[in-house]
Design a protein around this ligand. Structure first.
Ligand SMILES: [Zn+2]
Length: 256
């Protein structure tokens, strides 16, 4: 699956989300990596464009917004879900689920709140914003209809589907995630750009597998809770460079 030559993808391993640079008159990056790598992220972008206008976030989790504070201080605008904007503006401790997930995030605010079906110029192309709740209530995807490119954030990857937080977002979160997936599949994109892992070779097969996984999360809420907990803990192990065996039980008992 080929990207148009005006899009530059930096595939990054966890704890960073992949970064997509769209250079042009309104140069934009999609997602900004983990906070500990913010300077590395900024250097990569700076070596490819000198006039970054906008950072757009898909979910507001730490692996997607870590460079926001640095880019914002350097003059770029931050575009993110309108659903998240008020919480961020009042610096609510729930911002980015940073406290809940035990994942540090540098403070930032949303300069350009985004709404479902809004059109947005990124680089030199027009994109459509899609509000795709599930993994987070404010999750956004971006659709470029001429190239049939779909930026899917954490809704799905080539090997997985976004975990859902039934404890925080309610019992319907898994069904909501399934509906968002269905809506994206119906666009019949040519290229899928997930925030983690490779570009899926076959978008239809990737959606079929993701819809099956999402259905399992709907059918088995207890399993969905454990799945989310495992993903969150795996992330904690990564960003803390491991947790010693004796500290695991108290660490877990201290988490929301
Ligand atoms: Zn992510």
């Amino acid at each position: 699956m080929r990207l148009p030559d005006w899009a530059m993808l930096w595939r990054r391993p966890f704890p960073d989300a992949n970064l997509l640079l769209l250079p042009g008159r309104q140069a934009a990056v999609i997602d900004s990596g983990f906070v500990a790598h913010a300077h590395q992220t900024a250097a990569w972008v700076r070596s490819r464009t000198t006039d970054l206008t906008l950072v757009v976030n898909t979910p507001w989790h730490s692996d997607h917004v870590g460079g926001n504070g640095l880019f914002q201080a350097a003059g770029a605008g931050i575009a993110g879900s309108a659903v998240d904007a008020t919480t961020l503006a009042r610096r609510d401790p729930g911002c980015c689920n940073a406290e809940y997930l035990d994942q540090p995030v540098d403070p930032y605010t949303i300069d350009v709140p985004l709404y479902d079906e809004q059109s947005l110029r990124l680089g030199d192309a027009d994109w459509q914003v899609l509000h795709t709740p599930g993994h987070t209530p404010g999750h956004l995807c971006l659709w470029q209809p001429d190239e049939r490119l779909l930026i899917v954030g954490d809704v799905l990857s080539d090997y997985d589907v976004g975990w859902v937080n039934l404890g925080l977002d309610g019992a319907d979160a898994a069904a909501t995630a399934w509906q968002s997936l269905r809506r994206l599949a119906d666009l019949e994109p040519r290229v899928l750009l997930p925030s983690h892992g490779p570009i899926p070779a076959d978008p239809v097969a990737a959606f079929d597998a993701a819809l099956r996984r999402a259905q399992r999360l709907v059918d088995d809420p207890a399993g969905a809770v454990w799945y989310g907990a495992r993903r969150i803990f795996a992330f904690a192990l990564m960003i803390r460079n491991g947790i010693s065996r004796g500290e695991v039980a108290p660490y877990l008992a201290g988490r929301a």
